[in-house]
Design a protein. Sequence first.
Length: 114
Amino acid sequence: MKKSGEKVLFSILTLTLIFHTSMTISYNFPLTPLKYKYENFISSYMNPLFQQTWTLFAPNPSNTNNNLQFRIEYKKANKNLETDWISLSDKFISQTKKKLFSSLWPLYWHTSPA
């Protein structure tokens, strides 16, 4: 009796694995006539649990170009002076392009003459 129960369980698990693998392959393959015919069934199986979207990596991706600029106002000899506008974004981007793979770029950024 125990052997037949194990065989049934093994058969169910094998059929489940074959079904799931077939559905996954069908879902990921390009559109074919067979996939087109069963698209609703395949999508209803895959999408509730296995759907992947890029929002996992970038929930609200930026679609604008932003630039952070600042200037400093200071007093010198009883005169109010201010600097020109300085773009922090341009400095950040140029330094990042120079040192793409360095984990020490903040130290480099603060000590570089550019």
